[in-house]
Design a protein around this ligand. Structure first.
Ligand code: NDP
Length: 324
């Protein structure tokens, strides 16, 4: 018996239906993983609404989970039945009690990391890792800006950037979120984006920033450009408020010969060695206590619609997991 949350037609949270689905047999190169916990990520919203298209409908959404390998297909040597594993990867299909997935995308979990923590941190934590160490390799002493700083990726970014020696400015939408972000080490927190460039100017003594990490997208894109120093790097890595489109790249010239990138975890972990390096770096900062994973919301998997409402309603902080 296997149950999953499936989307038959793109739409609101109500488009997600809890139903019985066949238990897949792992094909060559695949492992069958029984999920203990599933990670909730903003990308799940994009796949539910149709902003990102599923390969086919009905579709089981979700890109992250942790659990135990139950069976493996032909040719799989990397994992064996009984292994504790986690993953954060395409294709979608994580909102299920069990699923078959390419075994070479699975990461073995250190004993010290429980399933709920793993499901809460693989996607968001590896994202923080590649953004801060590869997309823009932050240096100790640099001042950086993190949008949605109280969110899943945001709260990890704040702590990791502090660990790397940065001065961190977090941007959030409420005083309560500001308090949380300060408690996780942010040096400055700005509530709302209206006065953000002016606050950044004040904080940096007019120098502005070498890099901005913007996951909000449409609502903050232009404001973020205004926070950058000449030659600064705009890292636009998400669309929580809607996708960004720019009609004229001349805006990058006008605002100081800026760089713009739209990175994804998929590209940065496509090679197995990059996936391993990223996961190992994440396990390391968590083991050291430099990054704490906040599992601040838990929902039953069958109540995924409630979880999506909370995420889209900006009522979550830190990470959220779904329990099968
Ligand atoms: P979050 O926990 O950060 O939740 C989204 C947050 O965005 C909200 O809490 C809210 O914070 C802020 N926000 C601003 N405007 C809106 C809006 N109009 N509607 C809803 N939320 C809004 O989610 P995740 O940590 O899962 O993901 C954060 C972002 O990172 C997403 O955009 C996601 O797509 C992106 N991402 C990208 C990856 C990549 O590979 N490129 C990988 C992982 C995540 P506040 O109220 O403080 O403004």
């Amino acid at each position: 018996m296997n149950h999953a949350i499936r989307v038959h037609e793109y739409g609101g949270p109500e488009a997600m239906v809890w139903e019985e689905v066949p238990l897949p047999a792992p094909r060559p190169g695949e492992a069958l993983v029984r999920h203990a916990a599933i990670g909730l990520n903003y990308i799940d919203v994009y796949f539910r609404t149709g902003l990102y298209k599923a390969p086919a409908l009905p579709a089981t959404i979700g890109m992250e989970a942790a659990g135990v390998v139950e069976a493996v297909g032909e040719g799989v040597t990397h994992v064996v039945p009984g292994d504790r594993v986690a993953y954060a990867t395409a294709p979608i299909g994580a909102y299920a009690e069990a699923r078959a997935i390419k075994a070479d995308r699975l990461v073995k979990l250190p004993d010290a990391i429980p399933f709920d923590q793993a499901a809460a941190m693989m996607l968001q934590g590896m994202t923080a890792c590649f953004l801060l160490t590869r997309t823009y390799k932050v240096q100790a002493g640099q001042t950086i800006l993190v949008h949605a700083a109280a969110g899943g990726v945001g709260l990890i970014m704040v702590q990791w950037a502090k660990h790397l020696g940065c001065t961190v400015i977090g941007c959030v939408s409420s005083d309560a979120k500001a308090e949380l972000v300060r408690a996780h080490g942010a040096d400055h927190v700005v509530v709302g984006t209206e006065s953000l460039p002016a606050r950044v100017k004040e904080i940096t003594g007019g120098a502005m920033l070498p890099v901005v990490f913007d996951s909000v997208g449409r609502d903050t894109f232009m404001t973020s450009l205004d926070c950058l120093a000449p030659f600064g790097m705009m890292v636009s890595y998400g669309n929580a408020s809607g996708p960004v489109s720019i009609a004229d790249i001349g805006i990058l010239a006008a605002k100081g010969s800026l760089y713009l990138t739209r990175p994804t975890l998929a590209t940065y972990t496509a090679k197995r060695e990059d996936l391993d390096a990223c996961a190992t770096a994440l396990f390391d900062v968590v083991a050291k206590g430099a990054v704490k994973i906040n599992v601040n919301q838990r929902f039953a998997l069958k109540d995924a619609a409630e979880a999506h409402r909370a995420l889209e309603g900006r009522r979550t902080t830190g990470s959220t997991i779904l329990l099968p």
